[in-house]
Design a protein around this ligand. Structure first.
Ligand code: TUI
Length: 335
């Protein structure tokens, strides 16, 4: 930390506003060659070339989610994205996928500039990806995993709190981000519970160099998720998400619906992991592509309650950034 000379310097320093120590030092913009340090969440069955290219065109980092898709499907999405935008974009490789290995090869062949990994460690692919010039950014839910990833040589980490939608860890963004920031020297990107400029400003205060936003992009104009899914997110209140699957070791946050209630009931009755997993299989696809909002899995984060508008990806990115700068200025004026 820089020398602190007065009480007001101390306040400014504690707010993370000292040059080179906060989100606005352009670390992430330089690392990814993007205009805004806003990364779109890689949502399985949802984040395709349409959403990713719109976000990248608008100056954020668009992300194609490989989810559980085969390598050739992911390749098609990569090719479509390259045809729409010449800006950098990323592929999110979900490491629990049976196709993770082939997707890992496709991203090298297609010269994808950035790979984000979820639900595991990217260790076995790291050397091949780095040799191909790919920046590797794992999502981590704890200090221990963050430390392990830094030692492994990854380029940055996305620290995801349990406010996020989908597969989550146990800690909140507020508690987790500063602890990982303290433990690591590589850039930290905050995720989970961030949906507007206030959330982005808060993440900057915690020491994050960028943010990842999923749920708000889910309802945006360029997102091809089923209309019924969008309507459920737009209708959601603050208390409308629930975590299921703690018993299977794969806790998932999503909107409360018939499937989630059945899942919780089965979990409470001590059902086997196999039985629970059978109920979850194909559920996200059913909701995201077929619009089955009762029997499908409506994965979404806790900020669903404040997502009330359909906007373009460009409007979302520009307004989140502008609001973050405004609230930071407003708070610092009162010091
Ligand atoms: O991956 C996510 N969110 C997801 S993946 C997904 S698709 C899915 N479908 C069914 C079952 C499971 C997933 C929906 N949402 N977020 C990133 C994330 N990564 N959250 C937590 C983690 C994580 C967990 C364990 C990262 C690393 C990790 O490492 C364990 C190890 O192998 O050491």
């Amino acid at each position: 930390m820089k020398a602190v000379n007065s009480e007001s310097d101390l306040l400014v320093a504690s707010l993370g506003l000292v040059g080179g120590k906060n989100m606005f030092d352009k670390t992430i913009e330089n690392l990814f060659q993007i205009k805004y340090p806003i990364i779109q969440g890689g949502m399985a069955w949802i984040s395709d070339s349409s959403l990713a290219s719109a976000v990248s065109e608008a100056g954020g980092l668009g992300v194609i989610a490989a989810g559980g898709a085969p390598g050739e499907i992911v390749r098609q999405e990569i090719i479509k994205t390259k045809n729409i935008t010449s800006n950098p974009f990323a592929v999110n490789v979900m490491l629990l996928s049976p196709y993770a290995e082939e997707v890992a090869k496709v991203v090298v062949e297609e010269k994808v500039p950035i790979v984000i990994t979820g639900a595991g460690s990217p260790e076995k692919y790291l050397d091949a990806w780095h040799e191909a010039g790919i920046k590797v950014v794992p999502v981590v839910p704890s200090v221990l995993l963050g430390t392990r990833m830094e030692k492994m040589g990854v380029d940055a980490v996305i620290v995801e709190g349990m406010e996020a939608g989908g597969h989550i860890g146990e800690l909140t963004t507020m508690a987790l981000v500063p602890q990982v920031v303290d433990a690591l020297t590589i850039p930290v990107i905050a995720a989970g519970g961030i949906g507007d400029g206030r959330g982005m400003a808060a993440a900057a205060m915690l020491g994050a160099k960028g943010v990842q936003i999923g749920t708000r992009f889910l309802v945006c104009d360029e997102c091809t998720v089923h209309e019924n899914y969008k309507e459920q997110v737009l209708k959601a209140r603050d208390t409308d998400t629930i975590v299921t699957g703690r018993a299977t070791g794969h806790p998932i946050r999503g909107l409360k619906n018939k499937l989630a209630r059945e899942f919780v009931k089965l979990e409470k009755s001590g059902a086997s992991i196999e039985e629970l997993e059978a109920l979850g299989t194909g559920a996200l696809q059913r909701a995201a592509r077929e619009g089955d909002v009762a029997g499908g899995a409506l994965m979404a984060g806790q900020i669903a309650g404040m997502v009330k508008e359909r906007e373009s990806a460009k409007v979302i990115i520009e307004s989140v950034y502008k609001e973050a700068v405004e609230v930071i200025k407003k708070v610092s004026r009162n010091l």
